[in-house]
Design a protein around this ligand. Structure first.
Ligand SMILES: *[C@@H]1O[C@H](CO)[C@@H](O)[C@H](O)[C@H]1NC(C)=O
Ligand SMILES: *[C@@H]1O[C@H](CO)[C@@H](O)[C@H](O)[C@H]1NC(C)=O
Ligand SMILES: *[C@@H]1O[C@H](CO)[C@@H](O)[C@H](O)[C@H]1NC(C)=O
Ligand SMILES: *[C@@H]1O[C@H](CO)[C@@H](O)[C@H](O)[C@H]1NC(C)=O
Ligand SMILES: *[C@@H]1O[C@H](CO)[C@@H](O)[C@H](O)[C@H]1NC(C)=O
Ligand SMILES: *[C@@H]1O[C@H](CO)[C@@H](O)[C@H](O)[C@H]1NC(C)=O
Length: 189
């Protein structure tokens, strides 16, 4: 019974693309909200032979993208042209927190009568909060086993740094994993 739905979905997707004349998607990364420093790739598809982008920090006016250009840190380019179907991309090499809440838009034409802009709002994750449920278990005279819990934004964690002070000596350890429940077994001798 799925077949009619598939057909309808295709028809609806086509209608949506046609009615707005543009489609703007986040090609990479696959998740949102974004982590600070992520490389963000947005792709706009139009069916009128032209592509206009509105860029955060740029004046209110939309820019027609004809080839490679960089505006306010957004690297724009036309990556494919097939008849009237134009594929353009906008890339932030390293997204900064100051762009949080900013909007990037794309349209098939820059007309006051027909301002069919499709928009993506940039959403950047909050800074990490403290870990909880820290437990420290001695294994023997020289080794300890530490576990902890982290419940937010696990997507944006690369690893954890553990500082251990013994007497006047401070040592730094990095966990390999980035999971919500993490552990570190370390030899202090
Ligand atoms: C722009 O896109 C074209 C077509 O994909 C590609 O050949 C070219 O290298 C790109 N330019 C830049 C600066 O990314
Ligand atoms: C941004 O992400 C947060 C957390 O997922 C969510 O609560 C918020 O609604 C999002 N904001 C926008 C503008 O998408
Ligand atoms: C980004 O904006 C969202 C939605 O307004 C907010 O929830 C979040 O705290 C902001 N992130 C940062 C890093 O300020
Ligand atoms: C303590 O335990 C660690 C981890 O199991 C082990 O590698 C180390 O040899 C042990 N040290 C002593 C002195 O038993
Ligand atoms: C932990 O993450 C940081 C930041 O990405 C990186 O520089 C460091 O090499 C990582 N450490 C390990 C053990 O993977
Ligand atoms: C720690 O440092 C103080 C002052 O530099 C020194 O007097 C003391 O002996 C040191 N303790 C150890 C265990 O190294």
């Amino acid at each position: 019974m799925a077949t009619p739905c598939v057909l309808w979905c295709l028809v609806l997707a086509d209608l949506i693309l046609l009615s707005s004349g543009a489609e703007l998607v986040q090609t990479s990364p696959s998740y949102t909200p974004l982590c600070p420093g992520d490389r963000l790739v947005l792709t706009c598809t139009t069916t009128t032979g032209a592509a206009f982008w509105k860029i955060p920090g740029h004046d209110n006016q939309a820019e027609e993208i004809l080839g490679p250009t960089t505006i306010e840190g957004l690297m724009l380019n036309v990556t494919n042209k097939d008849g009237n179907t134009v594929t353009s991309t906008g890339i932030y090499q390293s997204i900064s927190v100051s762009l949080n809440g900013s909007q990037v838009s794309c349209a098939r034409e820059n007309s006051i009568i027909d301002p069919q802009f499709v928009t993506i709002t940039i959403n950047i994750t909050d800074p990490p909060v403290a870990v909880t449920d820290i437990s420290i278990n001695p294994i023997n005279d020289s080794s300890i086993f530490i576990t902890w819990l982290y419940q937010q934004n696990i997507q944006c964690i690369a690893n954890y740094t553990v500082m251990i002070n013994v007497g006047n000596v401070s040592s730094q350890y990095s966990s390999i994993e980035k999971s919500a429940i993490s552990a570190l077994r370390t030899d202090l001798s």
